[in-house]
Design a protein around this ligand. Sequence first.
Ligand code: P6P
Length: 339
Amino acid sequence: MKPVSLIQFLIEERRAGHINAELSLLIEVVARACKRIAVAVNKGALGGVLGNAGTDNVQGEAQKKLDVISNEILLEANAWGGHLAACASEEMEDPQPIPDMYPKGQHLLLFDPLDGSSNIDVNVSVGTIFSVLRCPDDVVEPKAEHFLQPGTTQLAAGYVVYGPATVLVLTFGHGTHEFTLDREVGSFVLSRRDIRIPEATAEFAINMSNQRHWEAPMQRYIGELLAGTDGPRGKDFNMRWVASMVADVHRILTRGGVFYYPLDARIIAKGGSGKLRLMYEANPMAFIVEQAGGAASTGRERILDLQPTALHQRVPVFLGSRQEIELATHYHREADGAQ
Ligand code: P6P
């Protein structure tokens, strides 16, 4: 069968009425920017781009050179196209307006330009995560509060994983689809349409070193997985933890599984609400996973239903095979005395 390029897929989606011309252009521009990020990432030590930039981001995290480079690539690519009203990034405190000399569009783009960048120096897969919202009609200079829309309002979400292959996963709310970069041609080619995550799984991803800090229901749930055939679950579980959300989520989209980054006592003691960011990590990944038949919660609530209160807000993340997410969420709600 003739391969379907990303451009052809976007035309199909426009003809189906799933997206408009401006959103189609936005996705093309983001995909092209991610190809440039892939070139920079794939240079490794030869590109002089490894190591720390010597600066911290808004999260107070030391920025890798490639964090800054990836952020610049995405901002530059999206400035002149006329499809965006503003961008927001993990690497920037405030939203970035579109420069006055360029026309503005009706979309807001949020991204984590290089998620998992602590893995860069050890040559483990990293990725770009992005989310697209509609800019409120009467807003010309979008501020942070205009980005604070629930995940259910996303028009598109996607990620690109820079691994052995460079792979784009994308949803517009009509299924989750995968495109693999054909480096010889330089274009993304549809490699899986309508991905489905199996309802059940025997594989979980979590950073076990935090175990002693977890809340009781998380200790109970993970304890049952570790007990395997000796415990109430009656089957053995496998564990993976890449410490690169895009890589862990891509594995779940490929063979099922669950990913957890729960609250823990240290986060709670510091008045925190989680490790991962809602607007440009949890929401896009939750949209992608739900559109593939999986589930995504904070352990108490559906992630996509959350009303955001801050641009860089953090949340606990439970996502993947529906049966496990529902059980883990049930344990937390039961412990809270809810329902
Ligand atoms: P830890 C990467 O820094 C990240 O934001 C996610 O990509 C990843 O899942 C998580 O943090 C890893 O966290 O505590 O295991 O280093």
